[in-house]
Design a protein around this ligand. Structure first.
Ligand code: ADP
Ligand code: MG
Length: 444
């Protein structure tokens, strides 16, 4: 008899849990209850149910087909053809394994177990998004609803969304995590098979819906219509909705303004590029998760390279970790530099002139005014922002930055940078400005 893998076991156990609530107790115990049946998906579109006797097989096929098929449709997002077969007499040997799987109440076998709040490194760049995600998972549907997390790619949106899922899972809440693409495909399939009611019920039965990458809906108007209805009915029913986007909502160009206004009706939080310290902490955490210790100087060198996002930085770290495993000894910095290219050619030093240029352009002011002496409030802020970005991204020292701004002394520069640092912690608009400017410098 073929071995069942864990996933099959879990799916069928979960299906049984659902079936139990749909048929009379006696019927469940007679026809379904383990060890009377077991099931597994045997191909893209078929699912095999093995049972203790031909009698049971026949009964299930003739009388229970639609119940089983509906439950599986809900679980696997797929219309599957059911096949029935009589099981051999080897059940006992697998009994132990089978029993170790409790019926699984939530439906999220696709969460990355490493994407937790514990593994999420905090910094000024992501504090708000993190706090909002925690708040939401501790108070489903009651604090910010919907919550929308926005950032450029590779900065931690999916990580936070999974972290919420992993937390809800621990707490025993029912929720779904899926990408907007999966959600949409499922919705379309439901329409085609006349199962929209089933589709809606499936989600209405959960406490929370975590949807990744809403930008997928851009330009797909019909899909947006369906999305909007589902979204609305869940929202009205007080279900928590968390959505991520790699564009600001204003540029998502969603159907009319209905979706946009619904989305902005909740809380929108952003994630920015992490600063140097946070980058080091993230690298440390990632190495720790993999159980490999890396020298501080190597971490520093790694986080000084030019990256557009954390995913890229992790790519470099993974190369280094692979190298470490290969050589089997503690890595030295030269070897790492060789592997990744020297820091002269590849370091995270943005061009100062570019930064000045982009800041001026962003605020639509003259470079001379930006560098000049005017105390006009809007110019002062733009100037401080420029100083902050220069310090962060071009790693210039305070004195040099001062020189660039008409010979201001380093305490003035420091004051400006501190001001931005402090304000950014609470001021979302400022954070958005910083994000936009810094990515325009990097993506130049
Ligand atoms: P996004 O969904 O925004 O494109 P991801 O969530 O996939 O980005 O993040 C990319 C990688 O960066 C993931 O491996 C994630 O774990 C890691 N990452 C992002 N932010 C953090 C953080 N604050 N702490 C630890 N790892 C992070
Ligand atoms: Mg993502």
């Amino acid at each position: 008899m073929p071995n069942l893998n864990n996933n099959d076991q879990e799916i069928w156990q979960t299906a049984l849990g659902q079936i139990e609530t749909k048929v009379p107790k006696a019927s469940y115990e007679t026809w379904f209850k383990f060890p009377k049946t077991r099931g597994k998906q045997i191909s893209e579109d078929s699912f095999l149910i093995e049972s203790e006797s031909a009698f049971i097989s026949e009964y299930l096929e003739q009388r229970m087909y639609s119940i089983i098929s509906d439950v599986l449709f809900k679980l696997l997002d797929k219309e599957l053809e059911l096949k029935f077969k009589v099981l051999g007499s080897h059940i006992d040997s697998e009994l132990k394994i089978q029993n170790s799987f409790q019926s699984n109440k939530n439906f999220n076998l696709n969460l990355n177990p490493n994407y937790t709040f514990e593994n999420f490194v905090l910094g000024a760049s992501n504090e708000l998004a993190h706090a909002a995600s925690i708040a939401v998972s501790e108070n489903i549907g009651k604090t910010y609803n919907p919550l929308l997390i926005y950032s450029d790619v590779g900065l931690g949106k999916t990580h936070l969304l999974h972290a919420i899922g992993n937390r809800l899972s621990q707490d025993g809440s029912k929720f779904y995590y899926l990408t907007c693409e999966e959600f949409t495909n499922e919705y379309i399939k439901a329409i085609r098979t006349n199962k929209t009611e089933l589709f809606r019920n499936k989600y209405r039965n959960a406490d929370a819906l975590l949807l990744d990458d809403i930008q997928f809906l851009m330009g797909k108007e019909q899909t947006q219509e369906g999305f909007f209805h589902t979204f609305n009915s869940l929202h009205l029913a007080g279900k928590q909705i968390v959505i991520t986007s790699d564009r600001p909502i204003s540029s998502l160009k969603l159907l009319e303004d209905r979706i946009t206004s619904r989305l902005s009706g909740g809380l929108v939080v952003d994630i920015q590029l992490p600063d140097y310290e946070t980058r080091i902490d993230i690298l440390k955490k990632k190495a720790l998760i993999k159980g490999i210790k890396i020298k501080q100087e190597i971490l520093e060198s790694l986080s000084n390279k030019l990256y557009h996002n954390i995913r890229e930085m992790e790519g470099s770290l993974n190369k280094v970790l692979a190298l470490s495993e290969l050589t089997g000894k503690e890595l030295d910095i030269e070897l790492v530099e060789e592997l990744l290219g020297s820091s002269d050619t590849n370091s995270y030093f943005a061009d100062p002139e570019q930064i000045i240029l982009k800041v001026a352009k962003y605020f639509q002011i003259e470079i001379a005014d930006l560098k000049g002496k005017s105390r006009e409030q809007s110019l002062v802020i733009a100037r401080q922002i420029a100083m902050f970005i220069l310090r962060e991204d071009s790693q210039m020292n305070l004195t040099t930055i001062g020189l660039l701004f008409g010979g201001r002394d380093h305490t003035t520069v420091l004051h400006g940078i501190r001001k931005i640092q402090t304000d950014a912690a609470t001021n979302q608009n400022l954070r958005r400005d910083l994000l936009a400017i810094r990515s325009s410098v990097i993506n130049n």
